[in-house]
Structures are given as structure tokens and as C-alpha cells.
Write a protein of this length. Structure first.
Length: 212
């Protein structure tokens, strides 16, 4: 986790125009990559997953994302006809060893006024309120830490969720179907004994998958 913090300590800012096409490169890997969109204070949104650097096919978390996002070679993310919903900070993470999370790429729209010329944007503080270097760094570190934890948790859920829970559910369903057939041939006086056996079996299966 501390290794990842160094990569996510800062992000690159890229100004875009509405309707523009944008290509984002993943700096940590060119294969086995997850792409996320972060809009604080909301949790990160998983966009797509890549498997090969030589393929443009991707696995989307939501089919509607394929209308706006697509995959380029080397796991680059292509954003078509960018709108306000696509503004935010983009992160890519490598799912294979060694694990890593890229620095964020923040997409924003430049806002210019006719009264004053455009200058580089800076964070301003109310009067009599200051932000010393140590305080700013501490706040930034905690923000990055929460972002990284959220992304790691989301990756783990996507990777392990299907492998852990699907076998458990299938096993319970199969056993329930077998138990239903058994109840058709036993007497009612043995029903309590059968229920105890089923409950014991389910407990054993749950313990098996828990320690697995």
C-alpha cells in the first residue's frame, strides 16, 4: 500500500473541450489493467478491464460504458465525445504481479471569463485561514490513501467475488435439490433427523469456503 501511495501522490491535469476525443495511457502496465473513474467524494467507478496489450477487446462493468469508452492497443483508454459525465480523475491499476496503481489523470474543462484573462488556477483560502506545507501534505496524503484503499477493495471484489461465492451458492443449491429427492422417500418421522443432517452439511460447506 505504501508503494502505491507514491504513485498516486499527485495527478496530471489535462484540459479538454466538450465533444473532444481523448486517449489516456496507462503508465503502470500494458496488459491485465483495470480502468477507474474517480469523482470525489463518490467512490471510484470501475469502467473496464483489459487482458492483452495486442487486443482492443475489453470487459466492461456496464455495457453502457462501451458507447463512450473503448480500448486501444497497450491498454490505453479512449474516450469518445467527452461530456460532463466523463470529467474526473482516471486511474489504471495492474491486476497481475507486481501490483501497482497509476498517478491520476484529471480531465477538466477550462473556464474563461471575458472580464479577466485566464491564469493558472490555484487553490485559495478564506481570509485569516492559511494552509502550511505540513497540513496540506497531511490532507493530501489521507485523500490519496482513501482513494487507493477504495480502488484496491473494488479490484478485490471484482476478482475474488465470482470465484468465492459462486461455488458456494452452486454447492448449496445442488445439495438442496438432492435433499428434496431424499425427502420423497423417507417417512415423516425421519424428517427432523434429515433437517439436522442438512444443517450440519451447510455449516461444514460454509466453514470450508471460509477457510479456503
Amino acid at each position: 500500500l505504501l508503494v502505491c501511495c507514491g504513485a498516486a501522490e499527485s495527478f496530471t491535469e489535462t484540459s479538454v473541450d466538450l465533444g473532444q476525443n481523448v486517449t489516456l495511457k496507462c503508465e503502470v502496465s500494458v496488459r491485465d489493467v483495470f480502468w477507474f473513474l474517480m469523482k470525489p467524494p463518490e467512490p471510484p467507478v470501475f469502467i473496464l478491464r483489459t487482458y492483452s496489450s495486442q487486443s482492443k477487446s475489453a470487459e466492461y462493468s456496464n455495457k453502457t460504458f462501451s458507447k463512450t469508452f473503448s480500448l486501444q492497443y497497450n491498454s490505453s483508454l479512449f474516450i469518445h465525445n467527452i461530456g460532463t459525465n466523463e470529467l474526473g480523475v482516471y486511474y489504471c491499476s495492474q491486476t497481475a504481479l507486481p501490483y501497482g496503481i497509476s498517478r491520476g489523470i484529471r480531465l477538466y474543462i477550462q473556464t474563461r471569463t471575458t472580464d479577466t484573462p485566464y491564469t493558472e488556477r490555484a487553490v485559495s483560502f478564506p481570509e485569516n485561514q492559511t494552509c502550511d506545507d505540513k497540513t496540506c501534505k497531511d490532507v493530501k496524503l489521507w485523500q490519496n490513501l482513501f482513494i487507493i484503499l477504495a480502488i484496491i477493495c473494488l479490484v478485490l471484489v471484482v476478482i475474488t467475488g465470482e470465484n468465492v461465492w459462486r461455488p458456494l451458492l452452486v454447492g448449496l443449491i445442488d445439495h438442496a435439490q438432492g435433499s428434496h429427492q431424499i425427502t420423497n422417500v423417507v417417512d415423516m418421522k425421519n424428517k427432523d433427523l434429515l433437517d439436522d443432517e442438512i444443517a450440519t452439511y451447510i455449516d461444514e460447506r460454509c466453514l470450508y469456503f471460509y477457510y479456503e
